[in-house]
Design a protein around this ligand. Structure first.
Ligand SMILES: [Zn+2]
Length: 166
């Protein structure tokens, strides 16, 4: 689906509230930084991970510590998760999912990824070798592909004209 810049949806509406129907909008610089980090980690056979925070008009990926000691796996640090959840709430934002990187496999959720996910959560996977990002939603033990857009969010032309609640 292509969202026109002039459509009401992108200007008057908070586009990320329902990530199934409208593309998730990601900040280009945020994604580029994490793709770089994922690439560096992959060279050490490590994955990076974190939370996906919905700020209304844009969604940001916030890296956490990876508690997993095994190569090529991730376990989001519980304390980091709690702290981020609290900070997001204070900002009127919310955690809508997780992200992690893959070292060699394509950016598709594996059985372990699906098992470990909260039902209904968004799951972004970064390919550590190519930097490619694919967005999924996990529901009923299945992964559904979502659409996303990567924008230079802070360029003036992309600033929302009006924010509507909450
Ligand atoms: Zn995975």
């Amino acid at each position: 689906m292509v969202v026109k810049r002039s459509s009401k949806r992108t200007i008057d509406h908070v586009p990320s509230r329902d990530p199934v129907r409208v593309p998730i909008v990601l900040d280009k610089r945020n994604v580029a930084t994490l793709a770089l980090r994922a690439g560096r980690a992959a060279k050490k056979h490590r994955e990076i991970c974190g939370l996906v925070v919905d700020h209304g008009a844009v969604i940001r990926l916030v890296e956490t510590r990876n508690k997993s000691r095994r190569a090529g796996s991730f376990w989001i640090h519980g304390g980091d998760w709690k702290a981020l959840e609290k900070a997001a709430t204070l900002l009127g934002s919310r955690v809508i999912g997780t992200f992690h990187s893959h070292i060699v496999s394509p950016p598709v959720p594996g059985p372990g990824d699906i098992r470990g996910a909260i039902d209904g959560h968004v799951m972004l996977i970064l390919d550590g070798s190519s930097g490619r990002l694919v967005t999924w939603r996990i529901r009923g033990n299945r992964a559904y592909r979502l659409k996303h857009e990567v924008r230079s969010y802070f360029a003036p032309k992309d600033l929302p004209i009006k924010r509507v609640g909450p």
